[in-house]
Design a protein around this ligand. Structure first.
Ligand SMILES: [Zn+2]
Length: 411
């Protein structure tokens, strides 16, 4: 029985097509090769707990379908990441044919990824392995109406398509769009504060109509998370978290490469967590919550320190110029960010935390203060929290949107 309030499902003709037909095992094998390849068959069989015979039948099908390829022996010695806790056994059969390695045929497919901001969008094309294979394309929205945003995205998609075709690669299979906010059914934007959208917009269907390409629409932070778990530092992590800093503070958690879903998560739930009992007061009245890590709060704190108005850009310039007050605030901010990372590590227990976002440069400059902040809130016998800082580039967010459609395409 349908609920009276249930929203209509997104159009199914806009579904991302599957690269190949096959059993659940076939999809698992392709996904593992995408994440861990080039990888030896024996290692792959152990990792997926499949017999050599079963694996061989599946990989033959995938080779025939043009999804994967076999690389010569030396690639099998590649030691990339493996799943946490998995230790491959040495193969007892060393008499047979030399080991070959299986890899995704990365250039057999291309995809377009777009990151939509409040006023503009950045786009890039990637191959099936999530590697950027086009130039960087940016465009400003004429206005924030859904029609105008979809039209701009279509122009960017055409620019990306022209690049990949000129490079001799296949034209894009699908397009992924990342937005800050809530997205339902990987298509319908229900809330996008930066675009000032507060009603349902089937952006997936609109972009599909404007480009002719199947289109998936996703939350931007979850896209970064999935991209990292498939093609970046999160590969093999049982749990992986991302914390973003910039205009706001973002957080998301993936378990085995899938974002933990919660209907409220895109409301910025980590934005008001306590990070410093002596920190500044936020607009909601909290003292020392994570809002003190945002650009606006940092500008305000810096203005107070200097006794005159200063912007976040002024703060960044002063940090780069080695101004003492700016560096003190930078270190304090990074200590607080370390506290937030420790909170995430203590409660969610991810194998790694990635710090990203437009102000992630802070974390690179103040990395020692981040470590101090983490250590301050960890048990002294607890292992250090592994964390990485992503170099910020909006193109990475565009690529991440494309990674979401790759994941759906591989299934
Ligand atoms: Zn607050």
């Amino acid at each position: 029985m349908a609920e009276a309030t249930a929203a209509p499902p997104a159009s199914s003709e806009n579904a991302i097509p599957a690269w190949f037909d096959g059993s659940e095992h076939t999809h698992r094998v392709a996904a593992a090769i995408a994440q861990y390849g080039p990888i030896a068959r024996t290692t792959l069989a152990q990792m997926l707990q499949l017999s050599q015979g079963a694996l061989s039948r599946i990989t033959s099908d995938l080779i025939y379908a043009g999804v994967i390829e076999e690389l010569p022996g030396e690639a099998a010695g590649h030691r990339g990441p493996l799943p946490e806790g998995f230790v491959p056994r040495e193969s007892s059969d060393r008499r047979g044919r030399p080991q070959t390695a299986l890899a995704l045929r990365a250039n057999a497919r291309t995809f377009v990824g777009v990151k939509a901001h409040g006023h503009s969008a950045v786009a890039a094309a990637v191959n099936a392995h999530g590697e950027v294979v086009s130039g960087r394309h940016e465009a400003v929205f004429t206005d924030r109406s859904p029609a105008s945003v979809a039209a701009t995205i279509a122009t960017l998609a055409a620019d990306c398509s022209a690049d990949v075709v000129a490079a001799g690669l296949p034209s894009p299979t699908a397009i992924g769009v990342a937005v800050g906010g809530h997205v339902r059914d990987d298509a319908v934007v229900t809330f996008a504060p930066f675009l000032h959208w507060d009603h349902d917009v089937d952006l997936g269907a609109m972009v599909h109509a404007a480009t002719g390409l199947p289109c998936g629409v996703f939350n931007d932070i979850d896209s970064l998370l999935v991209d990292a778990c498939w093609f970046g530092p999160g590969v093999g992590k049982e749990m992986f978290a991302v914390v973003t800093v910039g205009v706001g503070v973002g957080y998301s958690l993936a378990v085995r490469g899938r974002p933990v879903s919660c209907p409220d998560k895109s409301y910025g739930l980590a934005g008001h967590i306590l990070v410093d009992p002596e920190g500044p007061r936020c607009s909601a009245g909290h003292i020392g919550c994570a809002q003190c890590l945002t650009d606006d709060s940092i500008a305000e704190q810096y203005s107070r320190i200097l006794g005159r108005p200063a912007s976040f850009g002024d703060f960044e310039a002063d940090v780069r110029a080695g101004v003492a007050q700016a560096n003190q605030l930078l270190n304090r901010t990074c200590f607080r960010l370390g506290t937030l990372v420790a909170t995430v590590a203590n409660l969610a227990m991810p194998g790694m935390v990635m710090i990203a976002g437009e102000s992630a440069w802070l974390a690179k400059v103040g990395i020692d203060s981040i470590r101090d902040g983490i250590v301050r809130y960890r048990h002294n016998q607890a292992a250090p929290v592994p964390f990485v800082v992503a170099d910020h580039d909006w193109q990475l967010w565009a690529k991440a949107a494309a990674s979401r459609v790759i994941v759906k395409h591989i299934g």
